[in-house]
Design a protein around this ligand. Sequence first.
Ligand code: FAD
Length: 191
Amino acid sequence: MADNPLEAICTTIGRISASVQSNLSKLISIPQNPTAPTNLQVSLSTSAPPTSTASAGSYLPQPTDPHTKAGPVTREELGRATWTFIHTLGAQYPEKPTRQQKKDVKELMAIISRIYPCKECADHFKEVLRSNPVQAGSQAEFSQWLCRVHNVVNRSLGKPTFPCERVDARWGKLDCEHRMCDLQGSMTPFD
Ligand code: FAD
């Protein structure tokens, strides 16, 4: 135990800082430098140059991982990611949505049709929405509507259509412990 209570506090902070730094480094894959000073020491000795630095590339996703490849995404990747988001929202949408939730998903679809980062796709989606107004009175209604509009896009791209009776099996509820991710709906039809 140090005689000076301040010294003990500084040592503890130094240990916590080293532990946080080590765990963060593992998370973002920065190679660990065992001789590197702790954050506390760095703030006290700014004059000395670092003994080694992570290259800019080590902050970027590694090209060997197909889910985190570096570089811009393709239209197909953007589409798959967006459909994943939209269909998962459909699966998580409450059985009895509130008035606000119904309004929100209608607005969300309208916003996607305006600002989707592929102009040709956005313009086409605007037309799809015009001929297929959003139906979001319940979870089943919304997820089936999403399946139908996705099929309209599939057809326009010459892709096979998806059997909408299988949409719950394909997307299902979000895999989330203790249903912590469920959206709360309405107890009354007037919320
Ligand atoms: P995706 O169509 O991306 O589907 C992903 C997965 O969803 C599939 O693997 C399948 O398991 C499942 N799925 C497929 N159909 C359905 C369905 N009906 N219901 C539920 N699940 C289904 N691309 C263009 O080139 N031109 C466009 O105009 C265009 N417009 C788009 C508009 C929107 C709003 C979005 C979100 C995307 C658009 N895209 C467009 C992208 C396109 O729809 C595809 O995402 C992309 O071509 C990749 O297709 P994919 O075959 O991998 O599967």
